[in-house]
Design a protein around this ligand. Structure first.
Ligand code: DX5
Ligand code: ZN
Length: 235
């Protein structure tokens, strides 16, 4: 039973109201979200473009919320030097996008980031077996990368359960993050499966017609439900 478990919220800024971005960022600060999640897409690894460092830096210079960078980019080693870490920032790359994943992980750590590795829905957790001790955050994509507003691929929660069991068995310290369709119906199951960080996007945090403040408070309620349930079942 894990009574002091905290599940963090990372707000996916690409899903914010861009006509009122400053306002949304102030709300995220007031609500004490743990991270701002930046989706960086190269139009090649995934079929869309999103968030270059010029835009990201404007936001970073105007908030103290730590950054959670999600590079959906082919061969991310080409662009790592564009990112400058601040205390507590996470920089994540995709297993599927790297020719030399271990080398890239070591570089990101040396730069001063917490390093994350993303796994697409079709990628098994076993691919990171030999480098798991180098990774700070294992991120499970619960939708295919590239677009907000997609439906959960349900088998991906089995992967979270597997990672959580593995971590417990081997006493590893990595955190588990979940990205995609983090909504009212899925959050309790995600928390019960073992998530430590939930990326709130269009389905759970930036919802049309609802203030992000209200969404975050609701998300925290669903997290609580998941934690209570996990405690009851000993997860
Ligand atoms: C998906 C992105 C997510 C996205 C998830 O490719 O990585 O960060 O914003 O948000 P939802 O699924 O809730 O729209
Ligand atoms: Zn993302």
């Amino acid at each position: 039973m894990i009574l002091d478990r905290k599940v963090k919220i990372s707000a996916s800024i690409m899903c914010a109201d861009w006509m009122n971005l400053g306002k949304d960022i102030r709300i995220l600060e007031q609500a004490n979200v743990d991270y701002i999640h930046y989706d960086i897409m190269d139009g090649f690894f995934c079929p869309d473009y999103c968030l270059g460092t010029n835009i990201i830096n404007v936001i970073r210079q105007n908030t103290t919320i730590p950054s959670d960078y999600h590079l959906m980019v082919e061969e991310p080693s080409r662009i790592l030097d564009n990112f400058v870490p601040k205390e507590g920032d996470i920089l994540s790359i995709h297993y599927e996008a790297c020719r030399n994943l271990h080398r890239d992980i070591i570089k990101i750590k040396r730069m001063g980031f917490k390093v994350g590795v993303y796994l697409n829905p079709a990628t098994p957790a076993s691919v990171i077996e030999y480098i798991i001790e180098e990774i700070d955050v294992v991120s499970v994509m619960t939708v295919n990368p590239g677009y907000s507003g997609q439906k959960l691929v349900p088998q991906t929660l089995d992967k979270v359960v597997m990672l959580n069991d593995w971590r417990r068995r081997e006493k590893f310290n990595f955190e588990i993050s979940i990205d995609g369709n983090v909504n009212s119906a899925n959050v309790p199951n995600m928390v019960r499966a073992g998530a430590d960080i939930l990326v709130g996007g269009s389905s759970g945090l930036f919802i049309k017609g609802q203030s992000p403040m209200e969404s975050i408070s609701k998300l925290r309620g669903y997290i609580k439900d998941g934690l209570n349930n996990a405690n009851k079942t000993g997860n």
